[in-house]
Design a protein around this ligand. Structure first.
Ligand code: NGO
Length: 527
């Protein structure tokens, strides 16, 4: 009798476990590529209803001998190894590799010549990633990462089935400039923090990192010909206390890391306002030749370089020259915002002269939208953040616009009135507000042709460490990235919020402290 009961219990347990295994297998067998939660949403996806399995002996092949191709292969392997525990050799090939492999190749993208385009073809037997450029391949790698189960992002071996639905993705970005800004002046962030920040941008196919390197509260980059800028001007931050600056070597390390990730660094030296740290370091930059005290508050608009002194332009020339020499990208951001104590009649020629200095050192100027009060050089970019009339003035001069409307794209704004970090002078920016806008129909008279792209600035008056950065960046950054990448006709909040919710488990796997917006149903990792 007892034996029979045990037998019944055993059979019942067996059936339950079979059901559990079946349920989890069904869950783990992706079969519809078009249902995967990829952010930014790709331009086109077709599904073929099967799946590819990454196995312990899968090899990543790159076609040809180029070291850059190898780097991309290794980048992918490095991302997939920790969670899978697989070896994932990276090899070069000149032929078609066999079954079970991943092939990365610069040839043949089905006639698609858009900048940054790639094509990902997944069959039961092989993954084939092709693009015309290395950059395109790198974007394809990010898509691939997002197709594996979220646990792929964990740093220790996980029990999972590493399967990807089969089909074809063809993809390319809508705008060429897709970026974020990190204000390292109000609070200083280490080189490692900046690397971490770059990793966030990469995952969502952004390609520009704007570093706000100077402000009233701090000067953050070594200028060898003006050493007090960092000795004195780099010694404090908002609220006082320990801060810092990047040596030129450290800045170059950031630039190099960014370059490996196909990200361009855009350095900003804000002027003629927002310059108290410089004015405290060198008395001669003030009209009265008296050094200002260091500043640790958060007011804006009280400082100005002395625009009538020759030494001011020697100073700017030296600064731009040294930074331009270690910045491979084409841009130099000259600030220009909130110069409330500079007379407009001084501000206008100042911005014109500074654009010329930037051009002499081989760079193109970007400036906050106020710079449109001046004559803009033909290739200068105005970054729209506040005043539509400034943006229109810039466009009327033939300049292009970088879109960062504060009420939508400022990720230092609070999510709602209960948010502890951040500011709210431009309103509350919930995750739907940050997503639900179209750069090309925001300002009447400014259409897609006039827009170079989008940028999400993170000002750091209230942000002091990487956890706080993560909380403000996530989950808004993926939305801004999608605005920059995906055509407006393919974007829709109700559909996006489901995909974003699925990224909850990716944030968790990456140990990102994110804001769990009540507008989204967040997926969590099943432990
Ligand atoms: C403004 C201001 C910054 C502040 C920021 C805070 C611009 C371009 N200038 O944006 O100095 O830090 O708002 O949100």
């Amino acid at each position: 009798m007892i034996y029979k009961k045990q037998q019944q219990i055993f059979v019942a347990l067996l059936m339950v476990s079979i059901i559990i295994i079946q349920v989890s297998c069904t869950k783990r067998n992706p079969s519809d590529l078009s249902k995967e939660s990829i952010i930014p949403k790709p331009v086109s996806i077709t599904s073929t209803g099967n799946y590819f399995t990454l196995k312990p002996n899968t090899t990543i092949y790159v076609k040809g001998e180029s070291s850059e191709l190898f780097n991309i292969g290794h980048y992918l392997a490095d991302r997939l190894r920790p969670a899978t525990g697989f070896k994932l050799n990276v090899k070069t090939t000149f032929n078609e590799p066999g079954n079970g492999s991943i092939l990365i190749t610069l040839s043949g993208v089905g006639g698609n010549s858009k900048e940054g385009s790639y094509e990902l073809v997944v069959t039961k037997k092989q993954i084939r990633l092709s693009a015309r450029t290395h950059e395109g391949l790198f974007y394809g790698v990010q898509t691939l990462r997002q197709l594996f189960p979220a646990a792929i992002e964990m740093t220790t071996p996980q029990e999972d089935k590493w399967r990807i639905a089969t089909g074809t993705i063809t993809d390319y970005p809508e705008y060429s400039y897709r970026g974020a800004m990190l204000d390292v002046a109000r609070h200083f962030f280490s080189v490692d923090d900046v690397r971490h920040f770059i990793d966030f941008l990469v995952y969502y196919k952004m390609n520009m990192l704007h570093l706000h390197l100077s402000d009233d509260q701090g000067w953050r980059i070594e200028i060898k010909s003006w050493p007090n800028l960092t000795l004195q001007g780099g010694s404090t931050q908002v609220g006082g206390g320990k801060s810092g600056f990047y040596t030129q070597e450290q800045y170059s390390a950031i630039v190099d890391y960014a370059k490996e990730c196909y990200i361009t660094i855009v350095p900003e030296i804000d002027m003629p306002g927002h310059t108290n740290a410089a004015l405290a370091s060198y008395p001669e930059l003030n009209c009265d030749s008296k050094a200002r005290p260091l500043y640790t508050g958060t007011e804006v608009g009280f400082s100005t370089l002395c625009t009538s002194k020759e030494i001011t332009y020697k100073f700017i020339n030296d600064v731009v020259k040294e930074i331009a020499a270690i910045t491979p990208g084409p841009w130099f951001h000259i600030g220009g915002d909130e110069s409330h104590v500079t007379k407009v009649s001084d501000y206008i020629p100042f911005v014109e002269k500074v654009q010329d200095i930037v051009a002499v050192h081989g760079k193109q100027s970007i400036g906050w939208d106020e710079i449109a009060l001046s004559s803009l050089r033909s290739n200068t970019i105005a970054q729209f953040w506040a005043k539509e009339e400034n943006a229109k003035k810039a466009v009327n001069q033939g300049a292009k616009i970088l879109m960062s409307p504060a009420s939508k794209a400022y990720i230092d704004m609070q999510y709602d009135k209960s948010t502890k970090l951040g500011l709210h002078w431009a309103g509350y920016v919930e995750v739907d507000v940050a997503y639900n806008w179209d750069p090309a129909s925001l300002v009447p008279g400014i259409g897609k042709e006039q827009i170079i792209g989008v940028e999400a600035p993170l000002w750091t008056e209230t942000i002091t460490n990487i956890d706080e950065i993560e909380y403000m960046v996530f989950p808004r950054l993926p939305g801004i990235a999608e605005i920059g990448w995906t055509p407006v006709a393919s974007r829709n909040w109700d559909e996006y919020k489901v995909r974003l919710g699925k990224h909850g488990e990716r944030f968790e796997a990456m140990e990102i402290d994110y804001y769990k917006s009540p507008l989204v149903t967040w997926a969590t990792l099943k432990k």
